[in-house]
Design a protein around this ligand. Structure first.
Ligand code: FBP
Length: 275
């Protein structure tokens, strides 16, 4: 029985993002999600950051619909595009930050030339029900159009004390698989051994580590990337550890070399003059 059109589309598009050697995706929705606190005064220009990262080489960029449109002259033809169609700001009252709003549609993402659509689910949020209804509608549309659905599976809510705890991350990832994610981005559990269990629980659905806040040193982050790779993950989706780095281009190249297994963290750091 031949594959469905949609399944071919998903497979082909996913292959533009997931490099079998290990993928590096640049997440750049932080102006919406976090605001100026993420951006030192010399990093206020999104164009310069995006140009530097793409020039250094990443497998894909993840952008909001508005930024994907505005910066198409930078990414188009140079890297794959993931359009994130949910978001929130930190200007909201704290309790309401546990809900992601819809900021675009699958159709708009396709119109922009996207290779995947991304949406966040805060597993454990009091708004989980709303986000799951939205996720289901998004997933159904991605099925129709043959475009992969990436879930940012983020356990977050009043019952969750440690978002990075193994059982919590395992639960979020298994839940993401259960609701049909084609690709999963989730928190790092702190070690190769524990992240290997997360990858295993995903039952073949590719898992990528979410970068998280900038580490104390570039080398520390590169070691996390090495662990994630050795855990069998498909790669990493990284924002702050790249765009807050002293040298954005050098850090991007080092991350790519480590996630692909082309260099050890120490070799990549030395090669790029990072510490
Ligand atoms: P980082 O590598 O900077 O953590 O980026 C990944 C990401 O998921 C972004 O897509 C998003 O803006 C941010 O983290 C969400 O951060 P938080 O976990 O603080 O909500």
């Amino acid at each position: 029985m031949p594959e469905s059109y949609s399944s071919v589309g998903k497979r082909v598009r996913l292959s533009r993002i997931v490099d079998p050697r290990g993928s590096l995706v640049f997440a750049f929705d932080h102006w919406l999600e976090h605001g100026p606190s993420d951006f030192p005064r010399d990093r206020l220009d999104p164009r310069g950051i995006l140009e530097a990262v793409i020039d250094a080489g990443v497998d894909a960029v993840m952008l909001t619909p508005g930024d994907a449109r505005l910066f198409s002259d930078i990414w188009a033809g140079r890297t794959a595009l993931i359009v994130k169609i949910t978001g929130k700001t930190n200007l909201r009252p704290e309790a309401d930050r546990l809900l992601q709003s819809v900021i675009g549609s699958v159709e708009e993402a396709i119109a922009l030339g996207a290779d995947a659509v991304a949406a966040t689910v805060y597993w454990g949020s009091p708004y989980e029900d709303i986000m799951l209804a939205r996720w289901s509608a998004i997933r159904e549309a991605t099925e129709r159009y043959g475009i992969p659905a990436l879930q940012l599976a983020y356990p977050r809510g009043p019952t969750i004390r440690d978002r990075h705890a193994l059982d919590i991350v395992l639960y979020g990832v298994r839940a993401a698989v259960s609701v049909g994610a084609d690709l999963i981005k989730t928190y790092y559990t702190g070690s190769r051994e524990s992240f290997a269990l997360v990858v295993k629980a995903a039952s073949g659905i590719p898992v990528m580590m979410s970068g998280g806040p900038a580490r104390h040193s570039a080398l520390e982050f590169l070691r996390d990337l090495r662990n994630v790779r050795e855990a069998g993950a498909a790669g990493a989706v990284v924002g702050r550890n790249i765009f807050q780095a002293r040298d954005i281009r050098a850090m991007t190249r080092a991350c790519r070399a480590v996630i692909r297994g082309e260099a050890s963290p120490e070799e990549a750091a030395a090669e790029e003059g990072l510490s």
